[in-house]
Ligand binder design. Structure first.
Ligand SMILES: [Zn+2]
Length: 67
């Protein structure tokens, strides 16, 4: 079953991840593995396939780090 099609759905990752690896959605839209870094943003978009990754917040809405 393939019900996860469509754009605009952010892929949630754990809040302590600083980067994600994306290889595309499927065989047809696959691409070389790329590492995307969140930097200071809560989301990052893959420049190959357009997938959006979003950090999930696991504490009460306060995950901005200031140094
Ligand atoms: Zn991608």
């Amino acid at each position: 079953m393939n019900s996860a099609m469509g754009t605009g759905q952010a892929i949630k990752v754990s809040p302590d991840q600083v980067s994600v690896c994306c290889r595309g959605a499927s065989d047809a839209f696959g691409h070389p593995a790329v590492y995307l870094t969140f930097a200071e943003k809560p989301t990052v978009r893959c420049y190959y396939c357009g997938c959006e990754f979003k950090r999930a917040s696991n504490d009460s809405g306060h995950l901005q780090k200031v140094d």
